[in-house]
Design a protein around this ligand. Structure first.
Ligand code: SF4
Length: 342
């Protein structure tokens, strides 16, 4: 199997949770690729499965989750490992988590240990996976804290997370992720808990680190505005599926899926007309216990047709890299639209 220039390929990924009320598919048939040294954005509303799909990459799911499909990861020696086939607590996935795929979580205060110093938490992976001595790891921790813009790093490295502000904790998390020398960095809503000025700084820092360390980046967000300047490709996710994907400029200039169009319209404009309202997508995401037979967006789509609720639309290629799952662009419907217009 060839994965030239691709570090991660996700194929038909599904995550099912067995609940008392029945089975729930948080992710259902997701496909995407992460080219080496590039960045992709996975975008969608809360509850669309974007975080669950990213936790699956490191097998960080609860034990009642059932995982299927393939997560093909290109190792440093070029061999391919299917992460789905690894034992969730086995040596191999711990090695990948410890060295290759790092995560920056949404809320650092819940991810950092409150009872260990920042130094201990950054050093841990370097001592465990890179064989550094405590002193070497401490020196490297200070270097990393400086790199991510923590002032007085020599002193602050011995402080606890509660002594850091929200922005500094997120910077410390980034330093912790970089300490592993990862090849893939997953940033899950990394700025949600920060105010607007800090958001811009932290996103800029992630971008700088990506360039400096040639990282392959997966940015998970509900905010299309955030990904615009950060990623090369976007995957739009809705109710556990990818509904549209493509190069970032193509999606912004020429969105096809009604959901993508709705998301783009809901970004506030800096130079909008006075009194102009930000539009929203009517309705809500369906209940997780409801498994629609047809298009997952049908209940909220103003273009829905009879066939939309009967059968899921196939994925259609708009261009070499731009794909959409919507009946509006299946050949038959396009001809009809053209005839109606004529
Ligand atoms: Fe709307 Fe139908 Fe397209 Fe789904 S397939 S987005 S319901 S037009």
């Amino acid at each position: 199997m060839s994965m030239d220039n691709i570090i991660l390929e996700v194929k038909d990924l599904a995550v099912k949770f067995k609940m008392n009320e029945g089975d729930v598919y948080a992710v259902n048939g997701v496909n995407y690729i992460l080219p080496e040294g590039k960045s992709i954005g996975i975008v969608g509303e809360s509850g669309c499965g974007k975080t669950v799909s990213s936790y699956a990459l490191n097998r960080l799911l609860p034990n009642y989750a059932n995982l299927s499909g393939q997560i093909l990861f290109k190792e440093r020696d070029g061999s391919i490992t299917d992460i789905v086939k690894l034992k969730p607590e086995g040596k191999e996935i711990r090695r990948i988590r410890g060295k290759d795929i790092s995560m920056i979580f949404q809320e650092p205060m819940t991810s950092l240990s409150p009872v260990h110093t920042i130094c201990n938490q950054i050093s841990e992976a370097m001592i465990l996976f890179q064989g550094m001595t405590k002193k070497q790891a401490r020196n490297r921790s200070i270097e990393l804290l400086k790199l991510v813009g923590i002032p007085h790093a020599e002193r602050r490295v011995d402080e606890y997370p509660f002594q850091f502000s929200g922005g500094m904790r997120q910077r410390a998390m980034i330093a912790m992720a970089l300490a592993r020398n990862p090849r893939v960095l997953i940033a899950d809503e990394p700025t949600t808990a920060l105010d607007v000025t800090l958001q811009a700084q932290v996103l800029g820092l992630i971008q700088d680190m990506q360039n400096e360390f040639n990282l392959s980046l997966i940015l998970i967000t509900h905010d299309l505005g955030v990904v615009a300047h950060m990623v090369d490709y976007i995957y739009i996710m809705y109710f556990g599926r990818i509904v549209e994907s493509g190069p970032v400029l193509e999606i912004f200039d020429n969105p096809y899926h009604p959901y993508t169009k709705g998301l783009l319209k809901s970004i506030p404009k800096l130079r909008g007309k006075r009194g102009e309202k930000v539009s929203s997508i009517p309705g809500t995401v369906p209940s997780a216990y409801y498994e629609p037979k047809g298009c997952v967006f049908a209940a909220r789509c103003s273009h829905a047709m009879d066939k939309c609720v009967e059968k899921s639309p196939e994925e259609i290629c708009i261009s070499a890299e731009h794909k959409v799952s919507c009946y509006l662009y299946s050949g038959e419907e396009e001809e009809k639209n053209a005839a109606d217009a004529g």
